[in-house]
Design a protein around this ligand. Structure first.
Ligand SMILES: Cc1ncc(C[n+]2csc(CCOP(=O)(O)OP(=O)(O)O)c2C)c(N)n1
Ligand SMILES: [Mg+2]
Length: 361
């Protein structure tokens, strides 16, 4: 098990040594009772706990008005990030929606630079200019979040096209919510990806709700994976509360895509415990429904599985908990003490085209 750390240099090493580059296979040193190795279980636990604690801290800072604007948390959905880390390669690009801190942290962005980004500080992963919805990292092949629902679907399709054009065997993970799955952009992208056999792994994170509207209220086809069948795209449902299921489904899909057979569509069924964003009181769902999902919380279930099957000791679990606690405390301090972007930064990183032909004087 790699030591948990918030330091950028070590985080990189952790990323490379955690099984993410094993072509969809979990590590081989399996325990006798478990399908995956001890390292894989503990890495899943670490990834999921980091996301959970990071976002709990972010919600607290939001309440203190240290973070402003939008804040969409991933709490409840962390098993998806864990499966992505173990089943895919670090080289596989990922693009997703605005609920995206967890995917960035999983990819290797540090808690320090992510928290500073939420605070709008210059030390943030995109210099404080992106905030909660727009992390980005070329180094970690993370194309980050998109605020326009469904906008990332054609972008991910284009990234997949680029990978094929360059002759790599990487695939582009293109993630979106159930609310985006009825956008026209999805249908055009699916059609093009199948016609050109593009290496794209489409993932809908079906957490049952858009911005207060349930999936049942917007469609009669509530099993979203079935949409793929209109394009003959291989499509499957996945239990998103369990990293083992997520890993297995992703590894199978990745093998298909890397064999040059074209895209794959997974509907990962999950749940978010918090509202759509911090300002959402969640009046559209019952407390009983929320409790039902919290009872099968992916982090608690994984912790019990690790301990009950003696995959690791309580001391090892506690060491991870302590290290994550210290890491998040440090990230809050780092974000607090970091400087704001200097005024001249307003003039950098802007897209400017002087001869834009469609604007008249
Ligand atoms: C094109 C567009 N329409 C509407 C919105 C407003 N909006 C933001 S999030 C959202 C719901 C998206 O739900 P889902 O895709 O299920 O993602 P979740 O929030 O559940 O992760 C809506 C309608 C938007 N950002 N972009
Ligand atoms: Mg949703």
């Amino acid at each position: 098990m790699a030591t948990v750390t918030n330091k950028k240099t070590t985080a990189k090493t952790t990323t490379r040594s955690n099984g993410a580059s094993t072509n969809g296979k979990a590590k081989t040193s399996k325990t006798s009772k478990s399908k995956f190795s001890k390292e894989t279980y503990l890495d899943w636990y670490e990834v999921m706990l980091r996301i959970r604690r990071f976002e709990e801290a972010a919600l607290m800072s939001y309440g203190q008005q240290k973070i402003r604007g939008f804040l969409h948390v991933y709490i409840g959905q962390e098993a998806i990030a864990a499966g992505l880390k173990s089943a895919l390669r670090h080289e596989d690009p990922i693009v997703t929606a605005y609920r995206q801190h967890g995917i960035g942290l999983m990819r290797g962005l540090t808690s320090d630079e992510c928290m500073a980004e939420l605070y709008g500080k210059f030390t943030g992963c995109v210099k404080g200019k992106g905030g909660s919805m727009h992390f980005f990292s070329k180094e970690h092949n993370y194309f980050g979040g998109n605020g326009i629902v469904g906008a990332q679907i054609p972008i991910g399709t284009g990234i997949g096209f680029a990978e094929k054009y360059k002759g790599t065997d990487n695939l582009c993970v293109t993630m979106f919510g159930d609310g985006a799955s009825r956008q026209g952009a999805l249908y055009e992208s699916f059609n093009m990806a199948m016609a050109w056999k593009l290496p794209v792994l489409y993932i809908v994170e079906n957490n049952h709700y858009g911005m207060g509207t349930s999936v049942e209220r917007i469609t009669n086809v509530t099993d979203i994976y079935k949409v793929g069948s209109a394009f003959d795209m291989p499509s499957e449902p996945v239990d998103g509360m369990d990293p083992e299921s997520v890993h297995d489904a992703l590894a199978k899909a990745a093998a298909h895509i890397r064999a040059g057979k074209g895209p794959y569509f997974l509907e990962i069924k999950t749940y978010r415990y918090k509202g759509h964003s911090v300002s959402d009181p969640g009046l559209y769902r019952s407390k009983e429904e929320l409790k039902e999902y919290m009872d099968k919380d992916p982090i608690k279930v994984l912790e019990s599985r690790i301990l009950d099957n003696k995959i690791a000791t309580e001391d090892e679990i506690n060491a991870i908990k302590d290290a994550i606690k210290a890491e998040i405390k440090q990230a809050l301090k780092f974000a607090d003490e970091s400087p704001w972007p200097p005024a001249e930064e307003l003039y950098t990183d802007n897209y400017v085209q002087e001869d834009y032909p469609f604007i008249r004087d």
